[in-house]
Design a protein around this ligand. Structure first.
Ligand code: URA
Length: 238
């Protein structure tokens, strides 16, 4: 094990020996992601479905589709490479993300960076990190169904443009939204799901949200097992 990786595991509070081997991948049903409706247009002519990356960025930046635009400081489009093999999806920006315009920049973000480093990834080089919602719900309340409905086309278009080889979903809310299920996080993690987007099938691994892990340290080992599962699948596919 490299010193870098060992240091990242230590930073996560994990000694390598504590960590069980990643769960074996078991095929699941394929969840077909919804098509972006033709009706989702910005000015009657510009459809989210056909937007290129720069257009999508500027449309998200100026979005007023739901009332969150009245309370946000700025939108949080996402960070990383638009051609990344890995896409990470969280719930919604918090106060620090709202202030900085970047996802996962607080304490949970530092843990996320260490989790990434433990499987030899960095946010700058290897991944694109996005959220289900691009704006902060006030007081960090749960996203409302209408807010998710309005924001979903942006995430779907990000997935379509990035075409990631692997999606890692962080936390119950994002997992339930993407996989369209009410199942618990405990039942969703530890296996490989699949989403179908057009003709493309993308593997999805669900794991705990870093903010939850900061409060529940023993579950870090399970999160590392989930990341190892995703890493081994990507390595097999290459
Ligand atoms: N939690 C999330 O789900 N996303 C962020 O960007 C920050 C905290």
């Amino acid at each position: 094990m490299s010193g870098f990786r060992e240091a990242a595991l230590k930073e996560m509070g994990l000694a390598p020996l504590w960590v069980r081997r990643a769960a074996t991948a078991e095929p699941d049903d394929v969840q077909v992601l919804p098509q972006i409706s033709e009706a989702v247009s910005i000015d009657g002519s510009l459809h989210v479905k056909t937007m290129d990356w720069p257009t999508l960025q500027s449309v998200v930046r100026d979005c007023t589709a739901c009332s969150l635009c009245q309370t946000r400081k700025q939108t949080v489009f996402g960070v990383g490479r638009p051609d990344a093999k890995w896409m990470l999806i969280g719930e919604a920006p918090g106060a620090e993300e709202d202030a900085k315009g970047e996802p996962f920049v607080g304490q949970a973000g530092r843990l996320l960076d260490n989790m990434l480093a433990s499987i030899r990834l960095t946010r700058e080089q290897d991944v694109f990190i996005a959220n289900v919602l691009k704006c902060r719900p006030p007081g960090n309340r749960n996203p409302a169904p209408e807010e998710v409905r309005q924001c979903e086309p942006y995430l779907l278009r990000q997935i379509a443009l990035i075409q990631p080889r692997m999606i890692v979903v962080l936390g119950r809310f994002a997992a339930q939204s993407l996989l369209n299920t009410d199942a618990s996080i405990a039942s969703l993690r530890g296996k490989v799901h699949k989403v179908k987007f057009g003709e493309t099938v993308i593997p999805v691994v669900v794991t705990y949200h870093p903010a939850y892990l900061l409060r529940n340290l023993p579950d870090k080992a399970k999160a590392w097992a989930d990341l190892c599962l995703a890493r081994s699948l990507i390595d097999q596919l290459n």
